[in-house]
Write a protein that binds this ligand. Structure first.
Ligand code: SDX
Length: 437
């Protein structure tokens, strides 16, 4: 069932006690999840802004793509539970679902996979962008730069008002991100770029472009390809998180999709967001051994210590992140396949998870492992360097960003995003010449 009409089903009445005036605010219900109080006329009616830094209580849009129940640890993409999608789908099936609203049938999937496959190459001149970076440039810096630069190449898919150009841009972004991200890795290690292979799946192609070399054939390990496929699905979309909201806000001004996604990549890079998977690995290496876990858990609880357990906590999930459970299971599958049985970092991570989940501080603050807690350990086992972890998150999230951007463009309620503020600065005062200051 979907919910198209946003009609009020109830009202909240608020009273300004300084004037005794009351205001009825419409309440709108979605198909599932919290109702919303429609405050679009609040400022015009009351002369007041609402105040919600970090948007902990604010719905920025209506959407049909992803639903999260943070208390129950539920994540649905177009109504399908994440564990069923991760277990049964190819990543491009989920991409199709996010973009178009339903899982594809055989013909639809074949056409979509063909379109993505045959757009995975980059314009040859884009290689020159890479040589402008230092070899030790962070892959997120490179990805952000190259994706933004696509606006300088693909002039025929910048106009978001043209439905055809929207489809072309959407296809190019999803198709080319594995190439862009893998080339950032190849450039950093001084190996030649690998071109995509049209006979491989999306996840297989990415692993091929990451690890193949021209000197010998490269066979993608099917267990690792299945793990990568699942990890891409787990990271594909997640409602109105910081980077998705950045893409939407950028797109609301009419900026082209490549520029919007470059902004999303920049936002995802932060250690509180997508950068957490890299930060988790660095944290586990800093802890160094199982017997020091208690010391770091203590530090994480100390208000005066800036140390936080990276990979723990979430703005929405106040229960276990459903993606973290699947990630943990994938971690064991990859380690079994690779014959890794006593990986110290995994031992430290499992000890950390055990202690934290039994500790009153984490229980009381509802801090559970999130999607980033295990992903880095898996990537490292696959031979992917720590600096590439967030770029892989960006690769997967590109599909969610594009789906959310398309939904926003089609939304009849689309307006340029322009939040206001509580001003606490100086009142008006006159200029003082420098010699009088
Ligand atoms: C992602 O939004 C999304 O959906 C994001 C994401 C996606 O798919 O797009 O799910 C991906 O970004 C996952 C989150 C990855 N980040 C980390 O793992 C970094 C570590 N986590 C924290 O920085 C934190 O938990 C956040 C940023 C994730 C959430 O922060 P909130 O919601 O603003 O909560 P908060 O920082 O106010 O914390 C609430 C309390 C605080 O204590 P008090 O001030 O109430 O006393 O919990 C404490 C915090 O000090 N706390 C932690 C902690 N996280 C929160 N204490 C120790 N270790 C932690 N990790």
């Amino acid at each position: 069932m979907t919910y198209d009409k946003k009609t009020a089903t109830n009202t909240f009445t608020v009273t300004d006690n300084s004037t005794g005036k009351s205001y009825d605010l419409p309440v709108i219900e979605g198909t599932v999840g919290p109702r919303v109080v429609d405050i679009r006329k609040f400022y015009a009616d009351t002369g007041c802004f609402t105040y919600d830094p970090g948007f902990t209580s604010t719905g920025s849009c209506s959407s049909k793509i992803t639903f999260i129940d943070g208390d129950e640890g539920i994540l649905l993409h177009r109504g399908y539970p994440i564990d069923q999608l991760a277990e049964n789908c190819d990543f491009l099936e989920v991409a199709y679902l996010l973009l178009f609203g339903d899982l594809p049938n055989k013909e639809q999937f074949a056409q979509f996979e063909h379109d993505i496959t045959y757009h995975s190459m980059l314009h040859e001149q884009i290689q020159r962008f890479y040589s402008g970076f230092r070899r030790d440039a962070h892959p997120m810096a490179v990805s952000c730069g190259v994706v933004g630069a696509l606006s300088a190449f693909y002039h025929d898919s910048l106009d978001f008002t043209d439905p055809y150009q929207r489809v072309v841009a959407e296809t190019r972004l999803i198709a080319k991100m594995p190439t862009i991200v893998s080339w950032a890795y190849k450039y950093s290690i001084g190996q030649p770029f690998q071109y995509p292979r049209n006979n491989l799946t999306y996840a297989e192609n990415f692993l091929h472009m990451m690890f193949a070399v021209p000197c010998e054939p490269y066979e993608v390990n099917p267990v690792l390809a299945r793990a990568m496929n699942r990890i891409l699905i787990l990271h594909a979309d997640h409602e109105q998180n910081a980077s998705t909201s950045t893409v939407r806000l950028s797109g609301s001004s009419g900026a082209n999709p490549f520029a919007c996604l470059a902004a999303g990549i920049a936002s995802l890079w932060g250690p509180s967001h997508g950068g957490a998977n890299e930060a988790v690995l660095n944290m586990l290496m800093q802890i160094g051994s199982k017997d020091r876990v208690g010391e770091y858990v203590k530090r994480a609880k100390d208000k005066d210590d800036p140390f936080r357990l990276m990979g723990f906590g979430h703005r929405v999930y106040k229960n276990y992140d459903p993606r973290a459970k699947i990630m943990q299971q994938t971690c064991h599958e990859v380690f079994d396949e690779l014959g890794i049985h006593d990986e110290p970092l995994l031992q430290i991570a499992m000890e950390l998870e055990k202690i934290a989940l039994e500790d009153d501080y984490f229980i009381e603050k509802k801090l559970y492992p999130n999607v980033d807690f295990y992903s880095g350990i898996i990537f490292r086992a696959m031979g992917i360097p720590t600096s590439m972890f967030t770029a892989l998150f960006a690769l997967a999230r590109t599909t969610g960003w594009v789906a959310q951007w398309l939904e926003m463009i089609d939304d009849p309620e689309l307006k340029i995003g322009r939040p206001r503020q509580l001003y606490i600065g100086q009142t008006q005062r006159d200029f003082i010449p420098m010699d009088k200051r």
